[in-house]
Design a binder for this molecule. Structure first.
Ligand SMILES: Cc1cc2nc3c(=O)[nH]c(=O)nc-3n(C[C@H](O)[C@H](O)[C@H](O)COP(=O)(O)OP(=O)(O)OC[C@H]3O[C@@H](n4cnc5c(N)ncnc54)[C@H](O)[C@@H]3O)c2cc1C
Length: 356
């Protein structure tokens, strides 16, 4: 088996194959944990469920949202944490059982994956290579036409006690800015739902407004629409399958979640409990069963930038009640809940509750 991509999704697949007896090769162009791919914020429950607490840097019980007209402070029904990317990846890799090699994947012909270190033939191939979906069939959709957002952040030294969000058109017409403290570092960035809108100047300005330095840039495209989770006999997990949630651009826990799902399907294949075609079809159904939740989030992503800022301020205050926050954030977590880590061997095609 060949897993391409050694970040959240790929490492989650590898974790689930531990003990299965499978012969697994995992490849990435960088060493595991070498290149941070995000602000590394995640519901704390995911770190606990996967026993990755040693990567935890800072925990937040509240979300602070700034708009030009108001600031709200939401008490969350669950906590959110920032983590150290390298530590998390190494800890997750330790839980897996695979051989790791660095190689840059260039493409694929049938069951042969072409890399800068030669061709690799494999019976089962997983693309966990991120938004480019390098191993997809046919020509790839590229930005700005693809359903992608763009995000860029800086990582200055500094500290803070709040996880903060800015919904402010002076930074980005459609999107948001953020500051996630992580121990002795701040992760300050701006994401635009419109891929044509460049966010470098906005990111610099937000950091400057927060008296932080514009140093250590990290940015990427962020998918905001589901894509087929299987294609041409391959499994796709994480950003390669568009598993990042629209509106919030939270894609780590979903990459882990769908990566675990692929790993469980493949364990069943190794154990002789299902064939590869059965595993492909089961995983494809599982991913598609989340479509309503993703579409609902996408509708919110399209709606929020259209709401007049004074109205948005009123709406954010209207949502401050504990009852509403517990309900809304409860449903939001449910889309990829940490209880999935301990839940059985195989993804049941669950009906994902959609906030109404
Ligand atoms: C600025 C920014 C901040 C973000 N902050 C958050 C956040 O705080 N919380 C959150 O939940 N989500 C966040 N996201 C989204 C999140 O980063 C992604 O959804 C998540 O990383 C997807 O995980 P993945 O494993 O699918 O892909 P990636 O994490 O993108 O991993 C892909 C892996 O494939 C490797 N790779 C890629 N191409 C090749 C190739 N050709 N050959 C070999 N290897 C290759 C890469 O080196 C990498 O290791 C953020 C995104 C951005 C851009």
């Amino acid at each position: 088996m060949l897993i391409c991509g050694g970040s959240f999704a790929g490492l989650a697949v590898g974790r689930e194959l531990a003990g299965s007896g499978a012969d697994v090769l995992l490849i990435d162009r960088y060493e595991i944990g070498e290149r941070q791919t995000s602000a590394c914020g995640i519901p704390t429950g995911w770190l606990e469920a996967l026993d990755l607490q040693r990567s935890l840097q800072q925990t937040f019980g509240e979300l602070v949202i700034h708009t030009p007209y108001t600031t709200v402070r939401y008490r969350l029904p669950w906590t959110f944490s920032t983590f150290d990317y390298r530590t998390l990846c190494e800890a997750l890799a330790d839980q897996g059982a695979f051989t790791f090699e660095t190689a840059k994947v260039d493409g694929r012909t049938g069951r042969i994956v072409h890399t800068d270190r030669g061709d690799i033939r494999a019976g089962v191939i997983v693309d966990a290579l991120g938004w480019r979906r390098v191993l997809g069939a046919g020509s790839n959709v590229q930005p700005p036409d693809a359903l992608l957002s763009r995000g860029l952040e800086v990582h200055p030294h500094g500290s803070g006690s709040d996880m903060e969000i800015w919904i402010d058109r002076s930074y980005v017409p459609a999107g948001y800015g953020w500051s996630f403290p992580a121990a002795d570092e701040l992760r300050i960035g701006v994401g635009s739902f419109d891929p044509r809108y460049h966010v470098r100047e906005s990111t610099n300005r937000l950091a400057t407004d927060l008296d932080a330095e514009n140093v250590r840039y990290q940015g990427n495209w962020i998918p905001h629409a589901l894509r087929n989770a299987t294609e041409d006999g391959l499994f796709f997990a994480g950003d390669s399958a568009g598993h990042c949630l629209p509106l919030t651009a939270e894609g780590i826990r979903t990459a882990l979640y769908f990566g675990l799902a692929v790993g469980r399907e493949l364990s069943d294949v190794i154990g002789g409990r299902r064939s590869v075609p059965e595993a492909l079809s089961s995983y494809s159904r599982f991913s598609a069963s989340h479509a309503r939740a993703f579409e609902w989030m996408l509708r919110c992503q399209r709606l929020v930038p259209r709401v007049a800022p004074p109205l948005l301020a009123g709406a954010l205050h209207a949502m401050e009640s504990k009852r509403f926050l517990d309900w809304a954030f409860g449903h939001y977590l449910e889309i990829a809940h940490p209880r999935f880590v301990a839940a059985g061997q195989r993804p049941a095609p669950v009906a994902v509750p959609v906030p109404g």
